[in-house]
Design a protein around this ligand. Sequence first.
Ligand code: AMP
Ligand code: MG
Length: 311
Amino acid sequence: MSPIGNGNFERRAGQKQATRRRTLSRLLTCASRSLAKTVASHRSLRDELIVPHGEHVQLSKTDAAATFGYTKASAAPEMERDLERLTDLQERLWAEGRRRVLIVLQGIDTAGKGGTIEHVMGAFNPQGCHVHGFKVPTPDELAHDYLWRVHPHVPRNGEISIFDRSHYEQVLVVRVAELEPEARWRKHYEQINAFEQLLVDEGTTILKFFLLIDRDEQRERLQARLDDPSKRWKFRMADLDARAQWDRYLEAYEDLLERCSTKAAPWFIVPSNHKWFRNLAVAQIVADALDELKPAFPGPVEPIPPDLRIE
Ligand code: AMP
Ligand code: MG
């Protein structure tokens, strides 16, 4: 082999190798860029799920199983971080004692209001956190205006209140089961907006979550309640009446989402067929909202001598 030939061969081989290395490194850069893009392409779930004011949503066309690019595995570490953020931010909010937060949970039976409280709000210290479930009104409650029973449960300074159902039943079950004439419940949308605006003006942050499941998912969950003796206590025959009125409930939800998702007190539609996604979405949105409040530990309440030592 002539040295030139050999040299050419070696040079060509070397050039080929260098080209291969460059191509590989370009490919790797592309891959890592597109991976970074995939990670970064998660818009915040707050932006994905918020209902813009006045926008009509078609719930029958909304995917209750959507996960916005998350998988159960990719959600797990993020959920862990969000729960830590919730614990930290609530402690600060409570210590600061100036602002208030109201979280409203609504959803058709079995949508997971209780599960959300357990898995997301479980991150909060029970001190400074208050859960209230709204049941069929008592005769005393019915003898007053419908907000009379709601107002005492709104949060105090430093507190987070969680409503499991809420004043929105007044435009849901009341409308669908025809418990009031239309002329009366029609007025509730504006009255509710005014009530929430009052709370916001007085220092409350309001976040409202509609947990959306589809009919098949509800069938499975109701059946599971029947089959599992430890879940049977949650089942009511009235749940079947509500299930039979599925479309009318969706219509009632569509109306309240359109009319009552305000800048002051927005609604979020949370696809909830996947419980892990539901938990992640609520945890992330609440944590982001608390973060924006920037709650801070207050300084000492009285001057402390710098050299003070406890004997
Ligand atoms: P649960 O949340 O499963 O314990 O059930 C509570 C029940 O109370 C549901 O069937 C609600 O529809 C009902 N409920 C809540 N608020 C009202 C209201 N304002 N008027 C009539 N029924 C209500
Ligand atoms: Mg129930």
